[in-house]
Design a protein around this ligand. Structure first.
Ligand code: TXA
Ligand code: MG
Length: 348
């Protein structure tokens, strides 16, 4: 299949250039598009055959449900049974934005989207290209992150091209995604609501609007506990190399990572370190990548997936990463790093 790449000049964005992609989307084709979080791989959510193509193109397990994207809040009404008061408050406060709400689904939503669940996940992305594309397509758009299943989510069109060129119909290149981590997912069918995946909208921000929410750290639970968000059970966001997180105060962290690097040097392995601006110069590894300063966690969030992909591109075989502070968006950063590391953490 030939994949058409449509480059958008966002300094003078003309919605009309999206028309061919919007028509293709409405007709059942696959279109990757930028959002404020990560790139999405979109299909017409009302067309089960089109949605089925998403799973095939990504190599995604069919028991992992998809988020439905809409361009106006009121478009949610056709997708759900009813809008609870707290959901209404969150929609008004955070949409468009990096928040996905899980609600009881209407009969209009095909089972292939929800993997047979009685709930559907919905969000309004905060990106003018995404909103314009969805609006022009005139249908709700089902979209997972536009990466091959198991790879880090794409935060730049080049990542999408690397993974999906030849497998989908359109890629809309709208530059970098500003948040860089997937949306917060919150289950509004529970009371208090449960955060299934931390993201740019933090538990503190949610609680300011609707009172208590439960931050369900699915990954940290052990044994055969069944994750409420099916996607949480997969090892995700992973670079090819084996990754280990080293956590502790900065001086100890640097010493511990350098010690570990020393051990691997003899084995001739290509080593990588993910380090903050403050400590990057202190490591002796084959590749040191820096997503930003500890003082600016939003920058770290925006760059982290790109760094994980870069390690792969450079053929790094073993990665050590510093732990980043776990407040605000730091929760989401560490949630993704823990998954990429398959839970391997050394505390010093
Ligand atoms: O920021 C985002 O959310 C991006 C952009 C493209 O919008 N999308 C994204 O989609 O991250 P995906 O498919 O990679 O992740 C969707 C997550 C998965 O963890 C999935 O299990 C969960 O949402 N999910 C979807 N429907 C659900 C439902 N009905 N109940 C519980 N969890 C659900
Ligand atoms: Mg994903």
């Amino acid at each position: 299949m030939e994949t058409l790449v449509l480059k958008i000049d966002s300094s003078r964005f003309d919605p009309e250039v999206l028309l061919p992609a919007a028509v293709a989307l409405a007709e059942g084709k696959l279109v990757a598009f930028p959002t404020e979080t990560v790139y999405g791989l979109g299909a017409n959510a009302l067309d089960p055959i089109a949605v089925g193509r998403i799973f095939k193109a990504k190599g995604r397990p069919s028991d992992n449900p998809l988020i439905v994207h809409i361009s106006r809040i009121e478009d949610i009404n056709q997708l759900i049974v009813s809008m609870p008061e707290k959901a209404r408050i969150l929609a008004d406060a955070f949409w468009p934005g990096p928040l996905t709400m899980v609600l009881n689904k209407s009969n209009l939503v095909p089972d292939v989207i929800t993997a047979g669940l009685s709930t559907v996940a919905v969000r309004v992305p905060d990106n003018e290209i995404a909103l314009s594309l969805i609006g022009q397509a005139g249908v709700p758009v089902a979209a997972p992150s536009a990466n091959l299943s198991g790879k880090p989510s794409p935060t730049d069109a080049a990542h999408v091209i690397q993974d999906l060129s030849g497998r989908i119909d359109f890629i809309i290149d709208g530059g970098n995604c500003k948040v860089g981590l997937e949306s917060t997912v919150i289950d509004m069918t529970a009371d208090p609501p449960v955060v299934l995946r931390p993201g740019g909208i933090t538990a503190e921000m949610l609680e300011k609007k609707i009172g208590k929410v439960i931050a369900d750290n699915v990954l940290e639970k052990d044994g055969d506990n069944i994750p409420k968000s099916p996607g949480m059970k997969y090892r995700h966001y992973s670079p090819k190399a084996e990754m280990t997180i080293v956590s502790g105060d900065p001086k100890k962290m640097v010493d511990a990572i350098n010690n570990l690097l020393g051990r691997y040097k003899a084995g001739n392995l290509k080593t990588g370190v993910l380090a903050s601006e403050e400590t990057r110069a202190l490591y002796d590894a084959s590749v040191v990548l820096c997503p930003g300063s500890m003082k600016r966690p939003e920058n770290i969030a925006a760059e982290i997936y790109s760094c994980l992909r870069k390690f792969d591109d450079e053929g790094v075989e073993i990665i050590f990463t510093e732990a980043f502070p776990e407040h605000g968006i730091g929760h989401a950063i560490m949630n993704r790093l823990k998954k990429a590391a398959g839970g391997r953490i050394i505390r010093v």
